[in-house]
Design a protein around this ligand. Structure first.
Ligand code: SF4
Ligand code: SF4
Length: 146
C-alpha cells in the first residue's frame, strides 16, 4: 500500500514539474519566427557573399578595375574586367563575377580593395539546385539594387 502511494506521489510530482516548465515557456518571450513569412533582421557583422557597394553620391560603385581583389583571392573565384572608354578617365568596369561555390569568405578581397568598393552582403537565402546558381554577376546585382 505504501509503495502504491509512493508511485502516485512521484507521478504527480513529475507532472507538476513538467507543467511548471510548460507554463514558464508559455509566458516567456517568443524566440522563433514564422519563416519565410517573417524574417529576422540580420546582424551587421553577418558575412554573406561579397557585393559592390552602391554609393549614394554617385548612385554607382567605386571600383577602378584594378584587379587587386581578383589577384588576392586565394580561391580564384573573382573575375574582373574593364575597358577604356572615350572621355572617361581610367577603365570602366564591365564584368565582375563571383563563383561563390569556391569562396571561403576569407575577406581578402574586401581588405585589399583600394577604394573600399566591396562589402559583404546580408544574403542568407542561398539555396540552389545547381552550382551555376551560385555564380553571381556582382555588377548586375548592383545595377538591379535600388
Ligand atoms: S572572400 Fe576570400 S575567397 Fe571569397 S571572393 Fe573574397 S578573397 Fe576570394
Ligand atoms: S580591388 Fe576594388 S577597385 Fe580593384 S577591382 Fe576589386 S573591387 Fe575593383
Amino acid at each position: 500500500m505504501k509503495s502504491y502511494f509512493s508511485v502516485l506521489f512521484t507521478g504527480a510530482w513529475s507532472l507538476i514539474a513538467g507543467l511548471k516548465v510548460t507554463i514558464k515557456a508559455l509566458f516567456s518571450p517568443i524566440v522563433t519566427v514564422q519563416y519565410p513569412r517573417e524574417k529576422l533582421v540580420i546582424t551587421p557583422n553577418y558575412r554573406g557573399h561579397i557585393d559592390l557597394i552602391k554609393f549614394e553620391d554617385t548612385g554607382s560603385h567605386k571600383c577602378i578595375t584594378c584587379g587587386s581583389c581578383q589577384r588576392e583571392c586565394p580561391s580564384d573565384c573573382i573575375v574582373v574586367e574593364g575597358e577604356k572608354r572615350e572621355g572617361v578617365k581610367g577603365k570602366v568596369l564591365t564584368v565582375f563575377t563571383l563563383d561563390f561555390t569556391k569562396c571561403s569568405l576569407c575577406g581578402a578581397c574586401v581588405e585589399v580593395c583600394p577604394t573600399d568598393a566591396l562589402d559583404y552582403s546580408n544574403e542568407y537565402e542561398l539555396a540552389g539546385a545547381t552550382r551555376e546558381e551560385f555564380h553571381y554577376d556582382i555588377l548586375k546585382r548592383l545595377e538591379e539594387r535600388k
